[in-house]
Design a protein around this ligand. Sequence first.
Ligand code: PXL
Length: 254
Amino acid sequence: MMITALTIAGFDPSGGAGLQQDLKVFRSFGVYGLSVVAALTAQNSAGVADVAPVAGKFVARQLDVLLADMRPLSVKTGMLYSVENVNAVARTIRRYSLANVVADPVILSSTGRSLCMKNVPAAVRKNLLPLCTVVTPNIHEAEVLSGIGIRTEEDMEKAAVRISEFGAEAVIITGGHLAGSANDLVYDGHAHWLEGRRAAGEYHGTGCTFSAALAASLARGKGVHEAAVIAKAFMRRAFRKSFETGKGMRLFNV
Ligand code: PXL
């Protein structure tokens, strides 16, 4: 049987993040990718110039038509952009009892542009996190979701506990943006640390690549902790295989 995973995310013409990157990551795990577009962006390796939302009703329509016919073994959400889209995704997960849900709570682009409307983090906390197998915030996203400022690994643990209280089964805070180290925290009721070193340089699509690798591993039947170890190893290879194609950040040739 073909293993399938679904990504619900934004369209990035550079292909370094969002739907296209998720599909490439799925492919490299031997997982067939389904994709539903939740937002369009105009961007290149130097940053996001513009965003055009996709209407919540049309995100729901894409999901309904697809899922009436096919059942993915995991689901990854990325840039959802609007509260309507967050709620359409949450309703769909419930209606189809979708399992192995990975939420990458995208808030800002790597260059600091907002990739969601103002009330999206609150809607994610209330409506999406209770349905998640794993949520994968970076340091900034974890600060916004938890309301806790993060300077140290101890702060990361406090934020993970707070985020897990919103209902996600597990929380993975990626530490690449913390000064000094790039250790990731997997919190599933207990804290497990995955050690790593920060790769030199600026990269586009790091969070998407990591969470897509995690979703692919869950689709292949791995548990959260093992999937996180696999996704972290996948990132080490992705950093090694990254390349420069434009004037800005490096992209991952996964
Ligand atoms: O890396 C966050 C991200 C997610 N999804 C899309 C993006 C970006 C960053 O630019 O463009 C579509």
